[in-house]
Design a protein around this ligand. Structure first.
Ligand code: GLC
Length: 644
């Protein structure tokens, strides 16, 4: 917590200038510190190490939380209450209550320390059926609207509170520099300026502003995570969890800017990156995790490790990593081997590999955050103000904000003869693999980790891009037909226009890396940035429509820019829609006129990632000495000017 010194220059008396340094009442932070110190003093080594351990919910029972004094649990990508993908809100709350009550048990004189449950709510509460799912960060970077980010953070946090969790592992503050990286879409931009422009607003939305000065979180807020510190988006060849070979100055200039406003916004946790920086795996990198993050940047929450990330440190395993704890990781994410980790770490302390003062420091940081967020005054999750407010999960009001985010994230890259906006009275053929697919629209980190095990029914409140087009044209006497392959019934009239929605299939993390392993696993179709490198299926589909004399609008649903030169040559207009989430209807609101035949919503989005023309240009960023994109960073046409 940073008490900003309020320096008031006050002129008192005749001429003397007296400067008063007025600090906020020291009572809050001081009172927390006194309570925490007393609590730490009362804890056994087992309790302390348990507090520093986070387990994945499928692998730990409430009984074990009590027995081993766990400080935290998470539901990792794909983990659900009772292993049920369609777990209900009451299921989530039931499990949250069980863990909570186990954690505050005082059996055998143990310290009652409320557990905190972390979840990847990275574009809304994306693990829960019915939740509002916002565009992924790459689209939000194109929108680049700080006020909107605050609202998205606030809504995401509130929907997490409905199911009883306390903490989200968001926002990702990566500055993705090589678009082969499977997590490019989790980055707002290749530009550190855009990442820095949005970081504090999303965090303030999630955590609330000034909450911690009242020593609690407002009931609708949760704690946030700035991740993955540092340099996750700058690895060689975009290799996920790979080697960022930046110099310290490049880390500061390119990969650090998002963390400054994040820390200024009192972000309470930072997650360490899997990647290497300055030649050392981040989970064991004391100079960056402690000397820079704390000493220089003033971060004073706690550092959480990534999913067994500590085991990647030389000489470490999932059950023992003194290097990571000594480097500055306060809580370890040990999804499976959490019991072994507790035993191994206790042994490491007894063997003198980790000092008790370091253990006490880590526990102090964790308990300080728990006290700041008012955990010790909270009731069990199901009795908290927003618990089980089913009417708020995916509510119209929340989805209206998500639809605004979709509209503002769209980037118009081509608009031949001003074909857009389209008149609503047209007979429209909607086609392509992503035209009627909420799975493709939401992408990875949606209901399950990879986002590829879903169907439209898994998003009951969502709308596909086709849904949106259909409702818009039919409201004005037009018609919309969906045919995935673009086939037109024999003898039927040709449509006035075709809208071809294409792009990437869902993926997450390393499964999205465009490299030979991604190809071997059949997850990616090439190592370059060429779209459909092997079989140009979508190009052929567009050509078939054009051969019939039909004008074609292309909507590209993807987690990154890709080389689509051949497709572009055929298309009359081209819109980058990124991964828009559940509100596909936001797209129709922009590409069609209103009922009066005027512009309904103009395009606002500008490229936050340079768009390559050369398949080998995976690492193409604004500021490069040699910079030759197809569409430059910041580019985006509008109806008003039909130019930049
Ligand atoms: C993953 C990701 C991280 C996520 C964590 C928990 O491996 O790297 O972003 O928060 O595990 O799911």
């Amino acid at each position: 917590m940073k008490f900003k010194l309020i320096v008031g220059a006050v002129i008192i008396g005749s001429a003397s200038l007296v400067t008063y340094i007025i600090t906020k009442p020291i009572s809050l932070e001081k009172s927390i510190s006194i309570k925490v110190q007393a609590l730490v003093k009362s804890m056994t080594l087992e309790e302390k190490v348990g507090q520093m351990t986070q387990a994945d919910i499928p692998n730990i029972s409430a009984f074990q939380v009590e027995k081993y004094h766990l400080g935290s649990v998470l539901n990792g990508g794909g983990s659900k209450p009772y292993g049920n993908k369609r777990a209900s809100i009451t299921d989530w709350l039931e499990v949250a209550d069980e863990y909570y009550e186990a954690s505050i048990s005082t059996k055998e004189g143990r310290a009652a320390i409320p557990i905190i449950w972390g979840t990847d709510a990275v574009h809304g509460h994306n693990n829960v059926i019915g939740a509002t799912i916002f565009p992924h960060n790459i689209g939000l970077g194109a929108a680049n609207n700080p006020e909107l980010m605050f609202k998205i953070g606030e809504i995401s946090a509130l929907e997490v509170r409905i199911t009883g969790q306390d903490w989200t592992f968001a926002p990702t503050l990566a500055v993705a520099r090589n678009d082969r990286w499977g997590r490019t879409y989790e980055s707002y931009s290749e530009s550190p300026d855009i990442v820095a422009n949005l970081a504090d607003d999303i965090i303030n939305g999630i955590q609330g502003i000034n909450n911690f000065e009242k020593n609690t979180l407002a009931p609708k807020n949760i704690i946030a995570t700035a991740k993955h510190f540092i340099g996750d988006g700058g690895t060689l060849n975009g290799d996920d969890q790979g080697d960022n070979q930046s110099t310290m100055q490049q880390l500061r200039d390119i990969h650090m800017p998002g963390y400054l406003p994040a820390i200024d916004a009192n972000v309470q946790t930072v997650m360490a990156s899997y990647s290497k920086a300055l030649g050392e795996k981040m989970h064991g990198n004391k100079s960056l995790l402690t000397d820079v993050l704390r000493g220089e940047l003033g971060f004073d929450g706690f550092v959480i490790g990534d999913w067994d990330g500590h085991a990647q440190v030389e000489g470490c395993s999932t059950v023992s990593c003194p290097q990571a704890i000594n480097a500055g990781i306060d809580m370890m994410m040990v999804p499976n081997d959490w019991k072994g980790f507790i035993e191994g770490t206790i042994k490491d302390v007894n063997d003198g590999k980790i000092s008790m003062s370091r253990i006490d420091e880590a526990v102090t940081r964790i308990l300080t955050v728990k006290m700041r967020m008012g955990m010790f005054e909270q009731t069990k999750p199901s009795l908290r103000p927003f618990a089980n407010k089913v009417e708020l999960l995916g509510s119209q009001q929340h989805r209206d904000v998500a639809r605004q985010a979709v509209r503002e994230s769209l980037v118009l890259l081509k608009n031949e003869n001003n074909i857009l906006p389209l008149d609503r009275k047209l007979n429209v053929l909607v086609t392509g693999p992503s035209a009627d697919s909420l799975q493709n629209q939401t992408g990875g980190w949606s209901i399950d980790w990879q986002g590829n095990g879903n169907s439209n029914k898994d998003f009951p409140n969502g709308s596909t891009i086709f849904d949106g087009i259909k409702s818009v044209v039919e409201s004005s006497g037009g018609s919309a037909t969906y045919n995935r392959m673009g086939l037109i019934k024999k003898g039927a009239d040709l449509p006035d226009v075709a809208i071809f929605v294409f792009g990437e299939k869902p993926y997450a993390e390393m499964f999205g890396d465009r490299d030979e392993s991604g190809m071997r696993q059949g997850k990616q179709d090439g190592e370059t940035m060429m779209y459909q490198e092997k079989l140009k299926r979508d190009l052929k589909a567009i050509q078939r429509l054009k051969k019939k004399g039909i004008r074609v609008i292309g909507i590209f649903v993807s987690g990154r820019p890709m080389v689509v030169n051949d497709e572009l040559t055929q298309l009359d207009a081209f819109v980058a829609a990124w991964l828009p989430g559940t509100e596909g209807n936001g797209i129709a609101e922009v590409i069609f006129k209103n009922n009066e035949g005027k512009v309904n919503y103009d395009f606002k989005g500008k490229l936050s990632f340079s768009w390559p023309k050369n398949p080998l240009d995976a690492e193409l960023n604004i500021g490069d000495e040699i910079y030759d994109p197809l569409y430059p960073f910041g580019f985006g046409l509008t109806y008003e000017t039909n130019s930049q």
